[in-house]
Design a protein around this ligand. Structure first.
Ligand code: PCD
Length: 793
């Protein structure tokens, strides 16, 4: 290992960890036997439909629910006033504070105004879903329409309608990071500067399974059970308890059964799941709510929505001196839980990318707009930041007449400089950037491609090669640091590793899978540490009554923080077992060796005991060391000392049809480094999905609003998620640079490829268009954009 000192403990047995074994979770899912939230059915269950605003911005003058109430099978109709009158705290809280943050109250149902199309104004509960949907149409809301504003720059200019009383300029926060003076100096001292103004459009997450909730309040026990599509059931339990419903946390059970994709959109505490629970509390009956696809498009948090001016100061030899960035980030109508952190700390801090940049300054103006709230979507903040620095590298290369790979190579942080403290306030754990970059360039045969490009140009064909280097700050920890930066939740993870008396192991993990494959990879971690078969390990996630504590799955944290916790717990279990073995083998603990699940006395391998036999002894409790309690399990809380910093290089090769502007991705090469790999097959799957979503952002996706703030892309045939047939075969490879502080040396991988793919593809397109002097094109780069850019020349 190079780059950084390793403090991690090597696992005792080889083999399970690192094996590309098949996903344990797949068979029932493929057979259609998985239980999703919408599959939950309870006796006496009712159905909720939410009446939503069809205006982007309007004052509520009157809500007439009488006709809806008179309809057959309607159980109850509630408005925001009813919720307010019930005396619950009725707040959907933000989970990340920022200096000077304006925090208007976000309620379960609107009471005074609606602030985006889709804001909930009334809830109707009926005996059947059909009756609820029918009655919803019979709720009559009188509005006084106000002007809409969907663009984050326009929103903060004067004379624009005020969305929240608390903020007369629609600014939620004005955030700064870095050293403005040092940047000014670097710009005066450097030989040249280059700049780019860019937009990163709003993305709609598009998990296959829409959000859903089933709430069951029991009036006699005063307990709430809530099944929901959650990436973090414990966080939801916490936010529901104090902020929204006022129920003690220990009376709430949140269950996330199978979750069909999240990509960030199921992290958040939305008004909808909360109002489902509130309705059940009013009625004392179970209530089910399920979003339709279009309802999801209107209410699932969107991602990105940045407008950015970025500048880079460079010397003639390509050395970067400074970077200056100003971004208007659209937050939508309300502050979603991490809507404030995503465009600030998760964004500005990665602007150094893989490069040595002496001075960086970033200002982010967080703007309220009359649109769907914006929050983390795969890559969250990091994707936006890496896109900016990678676009800057390309415009700087153009300015200098340098090859884009040469300017990158020149400024890469050298492998012997880790841990590396960037000018954007991060300490990168480990990295070998040049190795990954050279691996990718070799794989794609960069030199030959450049020659081909030349030859083809002479024939009037336009090939483009785009290279993107990325880092990701994954893991969102340690808690102390997160707290200093404003987080209202911890960055740790928790797990229980428990041997049963017959030798099987249950791992209870506080993270919550939505397709990532935790049941397989966590079993691999535990099996490796305990020297047993993966088949003997059962992994349980997603139920706050079974798993006492946890933080959940987002920010590519589960492998490093969750997996780290499991490894530590398993080691505690192994150490207790070692003491039992020493006692029973009548040897000193220090003389007991462990291999492949077997404890034996050093030098006398015939005297041994298997860990699964020890588990039996531990529960039998007949012959344990003095003062040792029976049982064989460990509860672990793991708060890492740093984020992990995955990295890599992606290369996209495109050809542009000069007649139509059509873009074909000819090749896509991805070299990812996520430290030690638990399961290469799963990692490859994560990379594939990530590339697809990054290409989606680069070429196809983008939520569009009309002038009145109506979402124009509200159905799957209006919002262009890439089809498998649009995508090339991905050529993937990896390098391994372990994280030095993580107990198992892993780094995250879930978001990496999404971060890399968008800048790689946009770079490839602009590279193809070099003869037309096109430096930059905004995403999504469509054939029309390309064609127009070529025509303008
Ligand atoms: N791994 C391995 N190795 C390493 C790393 C990792 O093996 N080294 C693996 C693990 O174990 C898992 C996976 O892989 O299984 C992943 O991991 P991670 O990176 O740690 O991550 P997580 O935490 O688990 O997850 C999360 C992510 C995110 S964040 C997102 S968006 C997305 C991704 O994940 N989402 C999703 N991916 C995915 N997939 C799927 N299928 N689905 C989904 O939904 Mo955010 O923050 O939320 O925005």
């Amino acid at each position: 290992m190079s780059g950084a000192e390793s403090e991690r403990e090597e696992p005792d047995v080889e083999g399970v960890f690192g094996a590309g074994i098949k996903r344990d979770e797949d068979l029932p899912l493929l057979l259609g036997e998985g239980t999703y939230t919408d599959d939950i059915s309870l006796p006496g269950m009712t159905y909720l439909a939410i009446k939503r605003s069809d205006h982007a911005h309007a004052r509520i003058v009157d809500i007439d629910t009488s006709e809806a109430e008179s309809k057959a099978d309607v159980v109850a109709v509630y408005t925001g006033d009813d919720v307010e009158a019930s005396g619950v705290p009725n707040t959907i809280p933000t989970a990340w504070d920022l200096p000077g943050l304006v925090q208007p109250q976000y309620r379960m149902l609107a009471i005074d105004k609606v602030r985006h199309e889709g804001d909930g104004v009334a809830a109707v509960v009926a005996e059947t879903p059909q009756a609820a949907h029918e009655a919803r149409k019979r709720i009559h809301v009188e509005y006084e329409e106000l002007e809409a504003v969907t663009d984050p720059v326009t929103a903060v200019e004067r004379d624009i309608p005020q969305i929240h009383e608390e903020s007369d300029d629609n600014i939620a926060f004005d955030f700064e990071l870095g050293d403005a003076d040092a940047v000014n100096e670097s710009f005066s001292a450097a030989d040249r500067t280059a700049s780019v103004t860019l937009r990163q459009p709003r993305l709609i997450p598009n998990a296959i399974e829409p959000r859903a909730a089933v709430a069951d309040w029991n009036d006699s026990t005063q307990k709430l059970r809530l099944w929901m599509t959650s990436q973090n059931p414990h966080l939801h339990r916490m936010l529901l308890s104090a902020g929204t419903l006022g129920i003690p946390e220990n009376n709430i059970r949140v269950i996330a059964p199978e979750v069909g994709g999240g990509f960030g959109s199921k992290i958040y505490h939305y008004p909808d799941e909360a109002i489902t629970a509130w309705c059940s509390m009013q009625l004392g009956r179970p209530v089910k709510w399920r979003a339709s696809r279009s309802e999801g498009y209107l209410t699932d948090c969107h991602g990105r929505d940045h407008v950015t001016d970025a500048e880079i100061a460079i010397d003639n030899d390509g050395t970067i001196q400074g970077v200056r960035v100003e971004t208007h980030a659209g937050l939508g109508a309300h502050l979603s839980q991490f809507g404030t952190a995503t465009p600030s700390y998760l964004y500005a801090t990665v602007l150094s990318g893989q490069y040595t940049i002496p001075a960086i300054h970033c200002r982010v103006i967080g703007a309220f707009t009359t649109t769907t709230p914006v929050d983390a979507y795969r890559g969250a903040g990091r994707a936006e930041g890496i896109y900016v620095i990678e676009r800057l590298m390309d415009v700087a290369a153009r300015e200098l007449g340098m090859d884009p790979t040469e300017i990158r190579r020149k400024n890469l942080i050298p492998a012997d400089e880790f841990p590396y403290e960037s000018a954007a306030a991060l300490v990168y754990d480990s990295g070998e950037y040049e190795r990954a970059m050279e691996t990718a360039l070799e794989h794609v045969d960069y030199e030959t491609l450049r020659e081909q490009q030349q030859t083809l140009r002479e024939e009037g064909r336009y090939l483009g090669i785009g290279v993107a280097n990325f880092i990701e700050s994954a893991g969102l920890s340690p808690s102390g640091l997160a707290g200093q930066l404003g987080a209202q939740a911890g960055g740790w993870e928790s797990s229980i590793v428990r041997f049963d008396s017959t030798g099987s192991v249950t791992v209870l993990a506080g993270t919550a899978d939505q397709g990532q494959g935790h049941r397989t990879t966590y079993a691999q971690i535990a099996a490796e540490e305990l020297g047993i078969s993966v088949d003997d390990v059962e992994v349980v996630e997603g139920d706050t009554d079974r798993i006492p504590q946890g933080m959940g799955t987002y920010g590519s944290r589960s492998a490093s923080v969750g997996g780290g916790s499991i490894a530590r717990g398993a080691r505690d279990v192994r150490e207790k077992a070692r003491r039992i073995a020493a006692h029973q083998l009548e040897a000193s603990v220090d003389d007991i060796e462990f291999e492949d699940g077997e404890f034996y006395v050093a030098g006398a391998s015939d005297r041994s005991l298997h860990i699964q036999a020890i588990a039996h002894e531990a529960y039998l409790g007949h012959d344990l060391p003095e003062e040792m309690d029976p049982g064989l399990e460990a509860t672990n809380f793991y708060d890492p000392e740093n984020f992990t910093y995955p990295f890599g290089t992606h290369v996209a090769v495109v050809e542009i049809d000069p007649e139509t502007g059509a873009i074909t991705i000819e090749r896509y090469v991805a070299v990812d480094d996520c430290g030690e790999i638990i399961n290469p097959t799963i990692v490859e799957g994560q990379v594939h999905g990530g590339i697809a979503q990054g290409i989606g952002a680069a070429l196809y996706e983008g939520a569009a609003y009309d002038e009145d703030g109506h979402l124009q892309t509200r159905r799957m045939d209006e919002y262009a998620v890439p089809h498998a047939t649009y995508l090339p075969d991905f050529e993937t490879d990896s390098t391994v640079t372990p994280s030095p502080h993580n107990p198992i040396g892993v780094k995250g991988v879930g978001e990496s490829a999404t971060i890399a793919a968008a800048p790689a593809v946009v770079a490839a397109v602009t590279d193809a268009l070099e003869p037309f002097d096109v430096d930059h094109l905004d995403m999504p780069v469509t054939p029309e954009t390309v064609w127009r850019a070529m025509e303008e020349e």
